[in-house]
Design a protein around this ligand. Structure first.
Ligand SMILES: *Cc1c(COP(=O)(O)O)cnc(C)c1O
Length: 424
């Protein structure tokens, strides 16, 4: 369910025609819907009703300040994976006591920042990191509450690049070492182990991997309590998938039922870290067709968005629905087209042999379900400026990230003195 629908022949974000935004902002641009963000958040929150649950939005899915603020104003905290994301979450107004810091390679500077900002919890992912955090905390006379992220060695059955809970993945502390690591942590003056954390992957479309992982977490919590370690929180990570194509991911209610069943009786506060689920469907990338080119064997629609703006198709073979912004008349015959960007890489292809209504140069299209891992993963490859982001609420819209000028883009670069022309 989302709020990008046709009204009077025009694809709209809530009450705003995307064509109108394109006119004012130029293409390509990302557009997010407040009503869709709100709906996804409330459906997820309501599914967890009755559980002591804190929803920490995984900022890496969409790090725009206005998106973070929209979710935090509904009650969300933040899950961050870098010092930069921590600063963003704070800048967006998320309360430090609702921020969890995850990630496999937190530097000393990032750990210092976590300590100095007083966030809820750092999820430790390795023994050297545990040692480093203990040291940093003791230097400040602090005791940081931590989660230990364990790797439950379950297969999430998702794309290889976004599966994170197998023992060959870099994430978390090996399942079989977890007990020992908690025991070590308990003896440290700078940290207090209070949580078990897991995150097994992204875009999961089955419940079984969650069930397997949460059952292992349950066993671990009981074992740790028997060891005298007071586990008060469980961080379940994110990972619940969204429909891009014909997937049918489990509903938040079904996911919550698994949580109740496996962990509901432990008396722990639960931390959930959904990313994609909250923002995926709440965003589109709008682009204009530059040329339609008849190739030897196929037709190419070349658009002004490229893999640097939305890398998911190139990186994960991901599917995004493509919708013409002007609604095609009912019964318009479809034709197979490749929709590609202008970058000099064959991977710069959004769709191959996709059945679409006829497209012409100048037409606008919208890549659906682009709100997660879209703008957040974009780059300036080919010296293409990062595309603007627009947030819609009802009949209002606002540019919440401006397109940089070329002067902005060049401003951080300089020529060394040996390359500057000799004026002498
Ligand atoms: C990426 C990530 C998430 C969010 O994953 P989604 O699939 O977007 O829900 C949550 N927690 C951690 C630790 C992550 O790395």
């Amino acid at each position: 369910m989302n709020h990008f629908q046709y009204h009077r022949g025009q694809l709209c974000a809530e009450d705003v025609p995307l064509a109108r935004i394109a006119e004012q902002v130029g293409t390509p641009f990302y557009c997010y819907s407040t009503a869709t963000l709100t709906r996804h958040y409330t459906v997820f929150r309501d599914a967890l009703a009755g559980l002591d649950a804190t929803i920490c939005f995984a900022v890496k899915a969409n790090a725009n300040l206005a998106v973070i603020r929209t979710l935090s104003s509904l009650g969300a905290g933040a899950d961050v994976v870098s010092g930069g994301e921590l600063r963003r979450a704070l800048a967006a107004g998320v309360a430090p006591e609702k921020i969890v810091f995850s990630g496999v390679g937190k530097t000393r500077a990032e750990l210092d920042l976590a300590l100095d900002t007083g966030i809820l919890q750092v999820n430790v992912e390795s023994e050297p990191e545990l040692t480093a955090l203990d040291e940093a905390a003791r230097e400040r006379g602090r005791r940081m509450e931590i989660g230990v992220r364990v790797n439950p060695d379950v297969d999430a059955n998702t794309h290889a690049k976004i599966t994170t809970g197998r023992k060959e993945n870099k994430f978390g502390i090996e399942w079989t070492r977890a007990r020992e690591v908690f025991r070590r942590a308990k003896q440290m003056a700078g940290v207090e182990p209070v949580a078990v954390a897991v995150h097994i992957g992204s875009q999961l479309t089955e419940l079984q991997p969650f069930q397997d992982a949460f059952t292992r977490v349950r066993d671990l919590v009981l074992m740790l309590r028997a060891d005298g370690i007071d586990i008060r929180r469980i961080d379940l990570g994110g990972g619940l998938g969204v429909p891009y194509d014909d997937e049918e991911p489990p509903s938040p209610e079904a996911y919550a039922a698994i949580i109740r069943e496996t962990l509901g009786d432990l008396g722990c506060r639960l931390i959930l870290e959904p990313g994609r689920l909250l923002v995926g469907n709440a965003g589109v990338l709008v682009s204009r067709i530059v040329y339609v080119k008849e190739g030897a064997t196929r037709t190419f629609a070349i658009c002004d968005a490229a893999m640097n703006d939305l890398v998911r198709p190139a990186m994960y073979d991901a599917h995004h629905d493509i919708r013409p912004v002007r609604e095609p008349a009912a019964g318009t015959p479809l034709r197979a087209m490749d929709v590609v960007g202008p970058i000099c890489e064959s991977g710069d292809t959004f769709a191959k042999q996709r059945a679409l209504p006829p497209l012409e140069a100048g037409d606008l299209i919208a890549f659906a379900t682009a709100g997660a891992y879209g703008a957040a993963m974009s780059s300036q490859y080919n010296s293409r400026p990062l595309v603007p982001e627009v947030l819609v609420a009802g009949d209002r819209f606002s540019v919440v990230r401006a397109r940089p000028s070329f002067e902005d883009m060049l401003a951080l670069e300089s020529l060394p003195e040996w390359l500057t022309p000799d004026r002498g």
